[in-house]
Ligand binder design. Structure first.
Ligand code: MG
Ligand code: MG
Length: 266
C-alpha cells in the first residue's frame, strides 16, 4: 500500500533530502583524477554525522558503506574502493541519509576530469530522463506516464533502460511502495495523488540493457561492460505538482569552483 505523506512529513523528507544534496556538494569539491572513492565515502560519512544525521545506506540489508559508488560499467550499488579515480571515468554517487526518522535519497553521475563526447551525451540523456520523469509526476497522471516518458526519451536517443532496478517510494523507510520503473506504458499503474513521495532514478546504459550482479552480492554492472548513467531525485507531489525535495544546486556550485573537475551535466 502507498503511504501518502502529510505536509509535515514532506518537510522532514525535504530536510533529509537537502542534507543529501549538501553532502553531494561537499563531494563535488573533491572529485578529481587521483582521489579514491573510499576517501569520498569517509568525507560523506563525516559530513552527514556532523549534521546530526546518519548515513541511510550503511547497514541497510548489510550494505557496508555510506555511499554507493558506481564507476563506468557499474550501474548501481558499487562499493567505494581505495584505487584512485582516473581521468575520463564517470562515477555515479548515490547517497541517502536518515534524519528525524525520515530518509532522503539522491544520486548524481560525475565526470572525472574530461570525459568522451559519447559518455557526455549518455549522461546528458540520463539527466534529461530524470527531468522529464519529474515533469510527469503530477496529480491525475499515472506512474506509467512517468515510466514511459523516461523510457521513450532514453530509447529515442539510442540508449537502453535497466529493468531490474527501479525508483521507489520513501519516507520512514528507504524503500516503500510504490515501485517506479524507468520503463512502462502510458496510463498504466497507480494514479498519482498529492502526498506521494518517490525517488525517481533512471539508470540508462550506453549499450544493451542487460545487467549482472558481481560476486560481492551488491555491485550491479552492465553485461556488455559499456558505461551506465544514473541520476536520482527525491520528489513529492504537492498541490497537484511535482516538488523536487533534493537538489543538484550544491553540486553545480562546487563544480564551478573545482579547477580539476568542472564538467557539469544538465
Ligand atoms: Mg539512491
Ligand atoms: Mg533510490
Amino acid at each position: 500500500m502507498i503511504h501518502l505523506k502529510t505536509i509535515e512529513e514532506i518537510e522532514l523528507i525535504r530536510e533529509s533530502s537537502l542534507l543529501v544534496a549538501k553532502t553531494h556538494g561537499e563531494l563535488a569539491k573533491h572529485i578529481r583524477p587521483g582521489i579514491s572513492s573510499m576517501e569520498l565515502d569517509r568525507i560523506a560519512e563525516t559530513f552527514i554525522r556532523d549534521h546530526g544525521a546518519v548515513p541511510g545506506f550503511k547497514g541497510y540489508h548489510g550494505f557496508p558503506y555510506t555511499l554507493c559508488v558506481s564507476p563506468n560499467e557499474v550501474v548501481v550499488h558499487g562499493f567505494p574502493k581505495e584505487e584512485p579515480l582516473q581521468e575520463g571515468d564517470i562515477v555515479s554517487i548515490d547517497c541517502g541519509v536518515l534524519k528525524n526518522g525520515y530518509y532522503g535519497d539522491s544520486a548524481y553521475t560525475f565526470a572525472v576530469g574530461e570525459i568522451s563526447p559519447e559518455k557526455k551525451r549518455m549522461l546528458k540523456t540520463t539527466f534529461q530522463c530524470l527531468m522529464i520523469g519529474i515533469e510527469q509526476l503530477v496529480e491525475g497522471n499515472t506512474l506509467g506516464d512517468v515510466s514511459w516518458a523516461i523510457q521513450n526519451h532514453a530509447e529515442k536517443a539510442g540508449f537502453s533502460v535497466v529493468r531490474e532496478l527501479v525508483g521507489h517510494g520513501l519516507g520512514r523507510k528507504l524503500h516503500e511502495p510504490p515501485e517506479l520503473p524507468n520503463f512502462g506504458r502510458k496510463g498504466k499503474g497507480s494514479i498519482i495523488q498529492n502526498g506521494l513521495v518517490v525517488a525517481i532514478e533512471p539508470m540508462i546504459n550506453m549499450g544493451k540493457r542487460f545487467v549482472v550482479q558481481e560476486k560481492d552480492g551488491w555491485t550491479i554492472r552492465t553485461a556488455d561492460r559499456k558505461p551506465s548513467g544514473h541520476y536520482e531525485h527525491t520528489v513529492a507531489v504537492l498541490n497537484g505538482k511535482a516538488v523536487t525535495l533534493s537538489t543538484f544546486a550544491f553540486i553545480e556550485e562546487s563544480l564551478k569552483n573545482n579547477k580539476h573537475n568542472s564538467v557539469i551535466i544538465g
